[in-house]
Design a protein around this ligand. Structure first.
Ligand SMILES: Cc1cc2nc3c(=O)[nH]c(=O)nc-3n(C[C@H](O)[C@H](O)[C@H](O)COP(=O)(O)O)c2cc1C
Length: 212
């Protein structure tokens, strides 16, 4: 079972989403020692925001009509969706930025979706979303309802693309970084430990080893 892995963190040093996704990947690797991992790092190498409008209106039934810029955008969209089609399992690691979806993840999704082949073709594939947030947004917290990323990401991955999705959530990653959050050190450590445990389990899901 080959794996596609996408990273959206804009940093490498200290990145929690990358560290949790590494655990998922290692767990998947146990059953797939010789399989290929296709990596797309949109945090460090984003898809150009200009590609989406060029690709979305390109007439794919008449490739000769496309400008060179449109052709490049269509080619990139095709590459992105080919990477998804080629993998048996999909791993996405995406942080919360400014209470919303990472712009790089949104640009990548938008462009991939301009490929008309995407439709139903990913339905049922095992997938994991590693969602990390600096703060905490659970029920009863002062910022309940401020996480505007997770709901949208689940909609796309689970409902639109039909992936068999599991989500690993890690909150309070800014504890230890932002002194105002020092009082939450213990709870943050517990959350991290729990998400590392869940990541191992979800890696097994990626490997097709879990049935529910
Ligand atoms: C520019 C920027 C904006 C951020 N905005 C938020 C935010 O609105 N809410 C939040 O909970 N965390 C926010 N964070 C914190 C990140 O979600 C957190 O640091 C997360 O761990 C980043 O992922 P990484 O560790 O994989 O790099 C922000 C971080 C950066 C760099």
């Amino acid at each position: 079972m080959s794996l596609f892995r996408l990273d959206a963190s804009i940093r490498t040093e200290g990145s929690v989403s990358r560290a949790i996704a590494d655990i998922d990947e290692e767990s998947w690797r146990q059953d797939n020692p010789d399989e290929v991992v296709t990596r797309r790092d949109i945090g460090l190498d984003p898809v150009p925001a200009t590609s989406w409008p060029l690709s979305v209106f390109a007439d794919r039934s008449n490739l000769d009509s496309l400008s060179p810029e449109q052709k490049d955008a269509v080619d990139l969209a095709t590459t992105l969706s080919d990477e998804l089609f080629a993998a048996h399992a999909l791993l996405f690691a995406v942080p919360l930025y400014n209470f919303g979806v990472s712009q790089h993840f949104k640009a990548w999704v938008d462009l991939a979706m301009t490929d008309p082949r995407l439709g139903e073709s990913l339905k049922g594939r095992p997938a994991v979303l590693v969602a990390v947030r600096g703060g905490a947004y659970g029920a009863g917290t002062p910022r309940e309802g401020w996480d505007h990323a997770s709901g949208w990401m689940r909609r796309i991955l689970e409902d639109v693309w039909g992936l068999d999705l599991r989500v690993v959530e890690t909150e309070f990653t800014l504890v230890g970084v932002n002194p105002a959050l020092d009082q939450f050190k213990e709870v943050a450590a517990e959350m991290r430990e729990e998400s590392e445990r869940v990541a191992v389990q979800h890696g097994r899901h990626l490997a097709g080893a879990l049935t529910h």
